[in-house]
Ligand binder design. Sequence first.
Ligand code: EPU
Length: 329
Amino acid sequence: MRDLSNLHTFRLPAQCFDFVEITHTDDLTTLQPREPWYLLGEGSNTAFIEDFQGTIIHNALKGIQVDELPEFFRVTVAGGENWHALVSELRSKDINGLENLALIPGSVGAAPVQNIGAYGVEVSQFIELVTAWDVEKRHWAYFTPLDCQFGYRDSIFKQTPGRWFITEVSFLLPKNWQPVTHYAPLNDLSTPVTAQAVFDKVIETRQRKLPDPAVTPNAGSFFKNPVVSVEHLKALEAKLPGLVSYPVSDSSVKLAAGWLIDKLGLKSLSVGDVGVNPQQALVLINNGQAQGSDLVALAQEIQDRVYDVTGVTLEPEVRLVGAHGLIDL
Ligand code: EPU
């Protein structure tokens, strides 16, 4: 048995039956885990709800390589590298593009899994190739962006959990960089906007709104922003003036789930030591001694209360792991 509380940022009390650390790609080719297993990076998008009766396979692969092409930098990164350390290192080398994604917790290998995104940018925009080991069928595979089937917080890797152990991600970062500033609070940066200014503003905003997992354990946005039809939005706007939404297509929009939780007065809810983050209600927090069952109970309560008023079901963004693998709320 191995303690998992330090291996995920929500820091729930849980253990796993077996733990395998991958520090070299050869470790994968000889790996034959017994079911169930779970692939883990830095545990910033996973909550271990109870003891996991299987094997955790932890990505500890390291290495960053930068190649200069005529119009791009190609940056090839091992899956176990820390995401923000990569973004900071590229900033110090004046290689731009990922600055809107500064300070997102987690590993590089996890970035394509949930297609991390913030402030108008998604990582999928910069991915050239994802290299992964198929843990089930035991062979190497190479995914172009099209193969990855990227969507909002979604990819083929998320759809087939446990199958693809991402060893390497290569990014193409254009030398002809353009800032992405259409999202508040980047839209009032003074021009000409520099990559350093975007990087600094994103960090300042995240530090103000989102709890530092090293201080207050959490797993970032707990729910995804739900996508609804324009008709549904119109009906909701009549009921909830000021409702925040973002266009997705001609017929659908994404609702700001944090706004809904906040305006429905659910910030004060708590179960045991699990509460709602006061600065950004989409984030659930562990106030100290939280149990997995508290997190599930609070998330269900929020889901029910939002559904009763809006008819919208909030889906968790965080992956919940029970005794035998992934569980639904
Ligand atoms: N809002 C409130 N009250 C709240 C929370 C939000 O009124 O308690 C309002 C905000 O004022 C804003 C709107 O809701 O008008 C949206 O809030 P925010 O800009 O903070 O973004 P979000 O949609 O809640 C998403 C991502 C975040 C990412 C931000 C910034 C998801 C699930 N979350 O949050 O990603 O940092 O945009 O672009 O898409 C994460 O995935 O873990 C994460 C933190």
